[in-house]
Ligand binder design. Sequence first.
Ligand code: GNR
Ligand code: NI
Length: 181
Amino acid sequence: MARLPILEYPDPRLRIRATPVESVDDEIRALVADLFETMYAAPGIGLAATQVNVHKRVLVTDVSEERNEPCCLINPEILHKEGEISYEEGCLSVPDVFEPVTRAEKIRVRCLDEQGEVREFEAEGLLAICIQHESDHLDGKLFVDYLSTLKRDRLKKKIAKKAKRDGPAERDASRISAPVI
Ligand code: GNR
Ligand code: NI
């Protein structure tokens, strides 16, 4: 198991469309374990493989208070959407930004589980929001894409300022903090 670095907006790799998993094998199960470790450590309520630069259709979530309801979705498909819900969203790939996004309140999902078995279920509330947010990542889409142009332009300026202030060292801290052997 390993904690993986999370890509940050505006990294172009966050725009790559992930490809379906052909067979749920040990390599995929190792990826799922790493996604859970990375998500819990962050901490976050969801994580898509895209965010750790693996462009396969795999996502994990845990929206429980106790952080003891891990949920892994491979090749997720949203079959049906119902109702609307607006929620203040955040994203590990867009640190320090929280903005309301309107999504379906209830969804029907089909996916494969870690054993490669087909699962079909309904989700609502925060779980539904999270699955839609993570599925978007697999299509190269971010929650900031739903904001008004005005809000997104302000956000871009804020991020450009931060990058200029921090410099390249902060943007790739692993390069300097990793032990040199
Ligand atoms: O940790 C997260 N919190 C969150 C809050 C509201 C709506 C969506 C999310 S998902 C986010 C983790 C993340 O970036 N997943 O892609
Ligand atoms: Ni996200």
